[in-house]
Design a protein. Structure first.
Length: 125
């Protein structure tokens, strides 16, 4: 199944990024629409593991949540590549942000640089 995550590349301060959003509870509608156009099952969903709702990837067939812990926190998982090969399995599509957006979210550091370096770009540049 297709899964989505948000990577913030150009952040305001150079000592805090880039990073990947995890356990996100609030997003701008523009960003939600952008993701759901490509990945319709990315939506707010209650997680029993976390104990609250957050924007998660869900199976298009059975609706089961594919939690951020599995996708983001396990080395070798989709959004936690450990080498060039794993990072190159990802595709980055850019959304241009022309104003300040607000999000309530956690941040994952560490693998964003690897993803930015080796993931495929769509459209290519
Ligand atoms: Zn399923």
């Amino acid at each position: 199944m297709t899964v989505a995550a948000i990577l913030c590349e150009n952040v305001g301060s150079s000592d805090v990024g880039p990073y990947i959003l995890t356990n996100t509870v609030e997003l701008p509608t523009t960003v939600i629409a952008f993701i759901q156009k490509r990945c319709p099952t990315y939506r707010l969903k209650y997680s029993r593991t976390v104990g609250r709702r957050y924007f998660a990837n869900n199976c298009p067939k059975c609706g089961m949540i594919s939690g951020d812990f599995y996708l983001h926190s396990e080395p070798g998982g989709p959004f936690f590549p450990t080498d060039q090969e794993e990072a190159s399995a990802l595709t980055i599509e850019t959304i241009t942000v022309d104003k300040k957006y607000f999000a309530r979210t956690g941040c994952g550091y560490g693998t964003a640089e690897l993803i930015l370096q080796f993931a495929k770009r769509f459209p290519p540049y």
